[in-house]
Design a protein around this ligand. Structure first.
Ligand SMILES: Nc1ncnc2c1ncn2[C@@H]1O[C@H](COP(=O)(O)OP(=O)(O)OP(=O)(O)O)[C@@H](O)[C@H]1O
Ligand SMILES: [Mg+2]
Length: 317
């Protein structure tokens, strides 16, 4: 869907900003770019939709070289949520959302309908359509920014720290909404963040960058447990591991009673968790109560087996 082949980019600076970078993003992936401030994440994102041209190398979108694309068609194929939301202050929320449709010949009725659909999709009430950006909180603006990027129904959505200005609680809610949108609309998403927890939670593929280079690319499991570089190890580290324990569900490691060392049975279980609880809940319950095993029930309350402290060794990477 998006291919970078040995791309270099330098702006006017003396040192290169993006160095010999190659990356392939497949259709339907949720790719998270993470790395220290100034490492080139925004530059990379802007190169994906043609806002910044590479000095050398090749960028392909849907198999076609970027320079072959007509800029307007490209814009329709790629939604972009910029780093500082950037809503137009003089336009209503409705006009902001359907802004991308203005360059297409779309009737006012269709635009109105689309704005209504999208505001619901991002979890805001319809009466927000008549408001102006300065009447919205930071988190609400971020939601509108996401709705706007979806307006022309692009296949690819680029998001540059879309939740950077949102507090921890709203952030978790918005992350869940983004996952829901990703799963229902079946888009290809490239998402930039500074937050390791967010990267582990959202990404089907995580790209760790440093100083204009990709130091590591892999799944959540690979990045947390099998990183090949010191930089990624330090950068992701224990924080990444903790996030992992917070996100992976007990259903992935639950074991039949007779499969556990010590041959325990349902009757031995004093403490219980559910399959939907994250691993950290099970580990904590074991440690707090000084037991090695706890029982696991599914959402319907049926007993499905046990969780034990050796659970991580049963994860399949
Ligand atoms: N228009 C520009 N002209 C020259 N240099 C630039 C320009 N824009 C960015 N840079 C430089 O390119 C480097 C990468 O910038 P970029 O914005 O891609 O970083 P980033 O990883 O997105 O950082 P942050 O996490 O702070 O948003 C930085 O050193 C920055 O100073
Ligand atoms: Mg940036």
């Amino acid at each position: 869907m998006i291919e970078f082949h040995v791309v270099n980019q330098q702006y006017e600076a003396e040192k290169p900003i993006i160095k010999h970078l190659s990356l392939t993003i497949e259709k339907g992936e949720f790719v998270v770019l993470i790395g220290p401030s100034g490492c080139g994440k925004t530059t990379l994102l802007k190169m994906m939709n043609g806002l910044i041209k590479p000095d050398s190398g090749e960028i392909r979108i849907k198999g076609k070289e970027l320079k072959e694309w007509d800029p307007i068609t490209l814009k329709r194929n790629i939604g972009y949520v910029i780093q500082q939301v950037g809503l137009f202050p003089h336009l209503s929320i409705e006009k902001n959302i359907v802004y991308a449709l203005d360059i297409q010949k779309v009737s006012e009725t269709v635009k109105k309908e689309r704005a209504r659909e999208l505001i619901q999709l991002v979890g805001l009430a319809e009466d927000y359509l008549a408001k102006y950006p300065n009447e919205l909180s930071g988190g609400q603006k971020q939601r509108v920014g996401i709705a706007r990027a979806l307006a022309a129904d692009p296949e690819i959505i680029l998001m540059d720290e879309p939740l950077g200005a949102v507090d921890q609680i709203n952030r978790a809610v918005l992350q869940d909404e983004i996952i829901r949108i990703y799963q229902t609309l079946n888009k290809t998403i490239v998402f930039v963040t500074h937050d390791i927890e967010e990267a582990i939670k959202l990404g089907t593929k995580i790209v760790v960058m440093n100083q204009g280079e990709i130091v590591e690319v892999g799944s959540r499991d690979a990045i947390v447990f099998h990183s090949k570089s010191h930089f990624a190890d330090d950068f992701i580290g224990n924080k990444g591991f903790l996030s992992y324990l917070n996100i992976v569900k007990i259903e992935q490691v639950v074991c039949p009673f007779d499969g556990i060392n010590g041959n325990v049975s349902e009757k031995d279980m004093v403490f219980w968790v559910t399959t939907a609880d994250p691993l950290i809940v099970g580990i904590r319950m074991c440690l707090e109560n000084g037991v090695n095993h706890i029982g696991v029930r599914n959402a319907a309350g049926q007993v499905v087996g046990a969780f034990d402290l050796g659970c991580l060794s049963r994860l399949k990477f």
